[in-house]
Structure formats: C-alpha cells, structure tokens
Ligand binder design. Sequence first.
Ligand SMILES: [Zn+2]
Length: 201
Amino acid sequence: MRPAPGYAVPIPITPSYLALVLGLAVMFAWPPVHTWYFQWFLSAKATELADERRARVHCNTLFDTMLDPEMLAAGHASPVTGKIVLQKPWCGILMDYLSHPQRASEKELWSLGMFTHESMHVRGEMNEAKTECQAVQRNYRAAKLLGVPEATAKQNALDYYNNGYQERGRIGGMQSAYYSSECAPGKAMDEHLPDSTWDTP
Ligand SMILES: [Zn+2]
C-alpha cells in the first residue's frame, strides 16, 4: 500500500466501503436497475427536448408490449400525460447506438429519431408529419444531449435526414404520413433553429 498524496499513511479500505462499492457494482449490473437508470436519463433529456414539458420515458418489456393497446407502434407518446413508451427492443437499440455512435447502424439512427419524435409529441405536436420534421431538425441537439460528441451527432442527424427520412417519402403508404417535401432547409417546415441538424441556405 502507498499513501495517497498529502497523506502520511495509506487510506485503509474499510470493509463497509468495500461492501458499498461491490453493492453498487452488483446493483448496476442488474438489468432492471440499468433500465430504470436509462429511463430516468431519457426522461430528463426528453423533457429538455420538449421545451421543459415534463416527459416520462418507459422502456416496455416484451410482456408490457404484449399488453400495450398500441403494440404495433414502435413508440408512442401523450402530450397530456407526458408519457413516452418505447417498445421492445427499441430502448436496447438506442443504448447500443449510444455505446458506439461513430459507427451507428441505420436501425440505431432510427432509434434516435424515434426518441426525438416522441419527445416532440410531448412538446405538444400531434400531426405526424410536423412532429417528424421537428424531430429531424432536433436530432443533432438530441444526440448531443444524450452524450454523443458534436461532430458525430451532426453526422448521425444528417445521415438520418438524408437516408431514413427520405426513405419514408419513397416507401409511401403509412410512412408517407410522417414525411413532407416541405421538411427541408429553407422550406415551409424549416424552424430555423440555431442548432438545427441542417444548415439553412
Ligand atoms: Zn408520432
């Protein structure tokens, strides 16, 4: 044992300190605590994205999803209660994205877009095309809030806009409800945010 700087004698590791550290390690390795913490973290970030309207994020388990009347939607949110539900396995996909944002898959970028989209519902918008366009412009902000480094956040948000979002327009059908050609830099739905995903011409 070597003393810590400024101490003449080493600081002994007491059994109670050891128990505390081990206890915390075990607790956070336990999946429900991990999910609980992630939900708490997402709730705080969604609230910021929703301009301080209180959001509560819940990650559905497979069982929750089976009982959810909106089980076919990957996620849903209520502007009245502020509750955001992400179905299985989307919380896990979002967690994967945050663990390696610089090599995000298309699906992982989709999970970021979904998180921002549901936050926009809590913010008060219910029209799907408008909600999605507000999300597209805030995905850069959202990724940064979730801890993604700035340059990667920008690239991820642009990739989603240029690929995932444009695809919605091409697929048509139900997806077209989430798409508008006016959702583009300088077009009608551009909110001219100072930290927008895109740069307004
Ligand atoms: Zn929606």
